[in-house]
Design a protein around this ligand. Structure first.
Ligand code: ZN
Length: 306
């Protein structure tokens, strides 16, 4: 079965408090329609509806302190409780011990070795590659896993040719902030349709969205609200193009942050494990689904069963 994994950095399941939690504030008609009228809040999980299931995943995994991005993302890609093994949550970028997990045996490398097609759907701008090549920029966990598996990171040419998606979904950032005014800009709904179309080319496709974590660190409610409005449009386009019989969509995160804008740090909130697809496929996928360590095995089993 095909799996599309939409990774939202720094999104926990928070309280029903619109003062601090954008998920309690912004109308998200598509998401609420999927969740039977509920918002994406901690009190709602677990929930099983016609086309969606919501689980709450433990991101702390028995290790003290707020969860961090490098360890959290490495757990999502390996299924190993890396914070427990190295004795701490660590991030944002991988240190050498975390990097060694990402260089050996992630979903990307193992699925590729098993003959499956895997990809990271994000396009990276030229300045990103310059930064990496000059040693000024370290790979974050996900691109490190991708490149370590021998897979390419998509480029500006891929974005312009429609083979990849901008990290903000729509491409507005490329046109307005990265200096490519000729860059294609999609509506959120069209970006969701694009995501569905791109995922059809792979057994396992991942899309990484990081602005949610930034909004949490900046405690920027207006930006968080705009992001969720875009995300809801993306979900609308994605679901109208997605064939439930072909696979499952997973939306999850590495740690909480954006759901509580009263503090700048990551939170210890549980993170959403949102599954979209047929009821039968969701139930099989989520046989064991209570912590970040359960994500990689669930993806592996789903992809390998086909
Ligand atoms: Zn962060």
């Amino acid at each position: 079965m095909r799996v599309l994994f939409i990774f939202l950095d720094g999104v926990g399941l928070g309280a029903d408090n619109p003062e601090v939690n954008p998920f309690a504030r912004v109308p998200m008609p598509t998401l609420e329609g999927l969740l039977g009228g509920h918002r994406l809040l901690d009190e709602v999980a677990p929930l099983e509806m016609e086309r969606a299931s919501l689980y709450a995943l433990d991101a702390g995994m028995g290790v003290a302190g707020p969860p961090q991005s490098a360890t959290g993302q490495a757990v999502l890609l390996t299924g190993i409780n890396i914070p427990a093994e190295i004795g701490e949550h660590y991030g944002p970028k991988p240190n050498p011990p975390i990097a060694s997990y990402l260089q050996n045996g992630t979903l990307f490398s193992r699925l590729t070795q098993a003959g499956k097609r895997a990809a990271l759907l994000n396009a990276y701008p030229p300045r990103y590659f310059h930064g990496v090549d000059s040693g000024k920029r370290l790979y974050s966990a996900i691109p490190l896993a991708v490149t370590s598996a021998g897979l390419p990171l998509f480029t500006k040419d891929d974005l312009f040719a429609g083979r990849a998606l901008s990290a903000d979904f729509t491409g507005t950032g490329w046109a307005e902030m990265l200096g490519f005014p000729e860059s294609p800009v999609l509506s959120p709904e069209a970006a969701g349709g694009k995501l569905a179309a791109l995922a059809q080319g792979y057994d396992f496709a991942l899309f990484e969205y990081w602005a949610s974590d930034y909004a949490g660190h900046k405690q920027d409610m207006p930006w968080a609200v705009r992001q969720l409005e875009v995300l809801d449009g993306v979900l609308q386009g994605l679901l109208s193009a997605w064939d439930d019989s072909s696979g499952i969509i997973l939306i999850t995160s590495d740690h909480g942050n954006m759901e509580d804008l009263s503090i700048r740090r990551h939170t210890n909130a549980r993170v959403p494990g949102l599954l979209l697809g047929s009821l039968e496929a969701r139930r099989r996928f989520a046989l064991r689904f209570t912590a970040l360590t359960d994500v990689a095995p669930a993806i592996w089993n789903a992809v390998m069963e086909s």
